[in-house]
Ligand binder design. Structure first.
Ligand code: GLY
Ligand code: MN
Ligand code: MN
Length: 439
């Protein structure tokens, strides 16, 4: 499934309208990242650039110029030229003709002509939009163009320099029907990978071998991991960004997996925690149920018009009550919340926007107040509890248990819609799935 060119055009139309008359926007894709010496990372275009162009090749810059009438704007794409020799080595390029015929550019130029062509495009504008802080090298080029305009007699410098991201991020925050379809596919593939991990895990397996089972599903569906997969056995589950994944999974331990795939530029982001041997211990069960109850209560808060912070407050309330009931925290629940005494067991937020980037764009505050949910937003819900292995303030039986449960939730007028519902999370369902796989 792919996004139609008409949708990319609608996005440029909306951007041009928001920019207003006599404006120009410049947006560059990501540079190629080198891994070591002459080996590069598999290329991934910049999310906002792709969002506006549908163009996934490296070395590309889009320019949008509005005149008096923003609905009649000019869209130019600077890209790599066709080059039979280079295409033998590195593959197909759309080239100048492809940019116009296949990507709907009004004008297309070789990327090497950018410095030459750009001044005449910028100089007519009153408002100059670019992505402030995106890429220091590209920003230096922009500064040099503006400097040339300032020094040249025949040119005029734009009156105002404005943030392009402030417009595009808001557009990206509300997902279209097509984007939701793509996110559902990313969620389904990610869920399938987690189910496979539950079915494959066994004591003695290495964390990286379990990670390979996730990658198998991602790869079979033409996906890559949307971020570095976390596969942490035992106390490694307490390390929030654990990515080494190089330890043995032990009998009696839990394993925490935080992994999601990227499908057609859209991310899934799921965490599940389950017993390596298929059965939760009583302590693991007790803590797990607290996290699950917190997660379900948080999801309930995802309603149009409700503050995005509400899921966090709901989760914290249940987590802290549970910690008190189990004797890990002592005192009054409200007091423990107000003094943030729970922080050593729960030190992160409960969710973030999700979309083309795993920590997706979009403001969390509007006029210094927490933003309210709107239909079409997607947010993760990911409470956890992490009892450090060296925490001498708690009974030994609890130490080294790390649990996180994370789902991806679409805000709809009818309430929360869990995109990642295809992977089990209740204690019974997990144990049953694992027992069936072991049989
Ligand atoms: N996987 C990154 C996160 O959950 O925020
Ligand atoms: Mn997340
Ligand atoms: Mn995650």
């Amino acid at each position: 499934m792919k996004i139609a060119q008409t949708e990319f055009k609608q996005r440029r139309d909306q951007l041009a309208q928001t920019m207003g008359p006599n404006s120009v926007a410049i947006i560059a894709t990501s540079p190629v990242a080198m891994r070591n010496r002459d080996a590069d990372y598999k290329y991934r275009a910049d999310s906002s650039f792709y969002y506006l162009t549908g163009f996934a090749e490296p070395e590309a810059v889009a320019v949008i110029e509005t005149g008096e009438d923003p609905s009649n704007y000019l869209y130019s794409l600077f890209c790599r030229e066709r080059d039979p020799e280079m295409e033998i080595w590195n593959g197909y390029r759309a080239g100048i003709d492809g940019a116009i015929d296949d990507y709907d550019a009004d004008e297309a130029y070789a990327i090497d002509l950018l410095d030459e062509e750009i001044l005449s495009k910028i100089t007519h504008s009153d408002n100059f939009y670019y992505r402030i802080g995106q890429n220091s090298q590209f920003e230096a080029r922009i500064t040099s163009w503006l400097g040339k305009l300032a020094q040249g007699r025949q040119f005029k410098v734009p009156m105002q320099i404005k943030s392009l991201d402030c417009i595009v991020d808001e557009m990206r925050l509300i997902k279209s029907a097509t984007e939701i379809e793509l996110m559902q596919i990313a969620a389904d593939i990610s869920a399938k990978a987690h189910v496979r991990a539950m079915q494959c895990v066994h004591p003695g397996m290495m964390e990286y071998a379990l990670e390979a089972e996730l990658n198998y599903i991602f790869g079979q569906k033409g996906c890559v991991p949307a971020y570095g997969s976390i596969v942490g056995g035992g106390a490694n589950g307490c390390i929030l960004h654990y990515v080494e994944n190089d330890q043995e999974l032990k009998d009696g331990d839990l394993v925490l997996i935080d992994a999601g795939c990227e499908y057609q530029f859209y991310a899934g982001d799921i965490s599940r925690t389950f017993p390596v041997n298929g059965r939760f211990s009583p302590q693991q069960k007790a803590l797990y149920q607290v996290v699950l109850d917190a997660q379900l209560a948080a999801i309930e808060q995802i309603q149009v018009g409700v503050s995005y912070k509400q899921p966090h407050y709901a989760a914290v309330q249940i987590l802290v009550s549970g910690l008190v009931e189990l004797g890990l925290l002592k005192g009054e629940v409200e007091e423990l919340i107000n003094t943030e005494a729970y922080h050593r067991f729960y030190m992160h937020g409960t969710g973030h926007w999700l979309g083309m980037d795993v920590h997706d764009v979009g403001e969390y505050q509007i006029d210094a107040a927490p933003r309210q949910f709107e239909a079409g937003m997607v947010i993760t819900v990911e409470p956890g509890l992490y009892i450090a292995p060296d925490d001498m303030t708690v009974d030994e039986q609890w130490r080294g248990i790390g649990i996180r449960i994370e789902d991806d939730v679409l805000v709809t007028a009818q309430g929360p819609h869990v995109l990642t519902a295809n992977v089990v999370k209740s204690i019974d369902d997990i144990e049953q799935l694992m027992a069936k796989a072991q049989a």
